[in-house]
Design a protein around this ligand. Structure first.
Ligand code: GLU
Length: 222
């Protein structure tokens, strides 16, 4: 008798950015409004996600990421930590504006203790633009978040087919879809929804961090 495959349950915490952006015309790849499209619409726009796992969206914020404050970062981190503890959640994706993905991924790597896959994803072009990259980036992020072997590696950034360490990666150019990189190279790659690993993260895992978002007050210096 065939064994039923149990799909992972993945929550997408949406915060805005270009991946939720919209422009006036398809030629507007660089001038557009970030943080316009709600997460449920983004999920509905990629029906192939259903082949990978079960997804549910939560609209935490709807902002361009330069509008992230300490308070927002802590709110996001606390929600992430709560979901990571939930036995019904196997992985979490955060959609985020690319301008401060590296700050958020570094902070959450230091402060959220979990062995579950956590993936941060954005895009360089809004969904209304020609050759928009958000759809594939979200699909790739889904593949990584639903893969249990992505756990125990702290935050992962998935952009332009690359799986990058959320601790040592950043934006290197703000006008191209291959905007992100790490001086250590990518941890792996995603091709047609399959993940391939090249190396383990260099730095120690967040489970050993002395910082903990769960004991952080809502906003220490606000
Ligand atoms: N500046 C906006 C933000 O960081 C858009 C940049 C982007 O997502 O690529 O949210």
């Amino acid at each position: 008798m065939a064994t039923a495959v149990v799909k992972s349950n993945v929550v997408i915490l949406a915060t805005g950015g270009t991946i939720a952006g919209a422009g006036a015309t398809a030629a507007n790849s660089a001038t557009y409004q970030a943080a316009k499209v709600p997460i449920d619409k983004l999920i509905a726009g990629v029906p192939e996600l259903r082949d990978i796992a079960t997804f549910r969206g939560e609209q935490v914020f709807q902002v361009a990421s330069e509008s992230f404050t300490n308070e927002k970062l802590i709110t996001l981190g606390k929600r992430l930590a709560a979901l990571a503890k939930d036995p019904g959640v196997d992985g979490v994706i955060i959609t985020h504006g690319t301008d401060t993905i590296e700050e958020t991924s570094f902070s959450l790597t230091l402060t959220v203790h979990t062995d579950k896959p956590i993936v941060i994803v954005g895009s360089m072009r809004p969904g209304t633009a020609m050759s928009a990259d958000g759809t594939l980036n979200l699909y790739d992020a889904a593949a990584v978040a639903a893969d249990r072997s992505s756990g125990g590696k702290s935050m992962l950034i998935v952009m332009k087919d690359d799986i990058l360490s959320g601790r040592d990666s950043g934006m290197r150019i703000n006008s191209k879809t291959n905007a992100f990189g790490s001086q250590w190279g990518a941890l792996g790659s995603v091709v047609e929804g399959k993940t391939y690993r090249f190396r383990a993260p260099v730095k120690r895992h967040t489970m050993n961090s002395e910082f903990d978002i769960e004991t952080t007050p809502p906003c220490p210096r606000c």
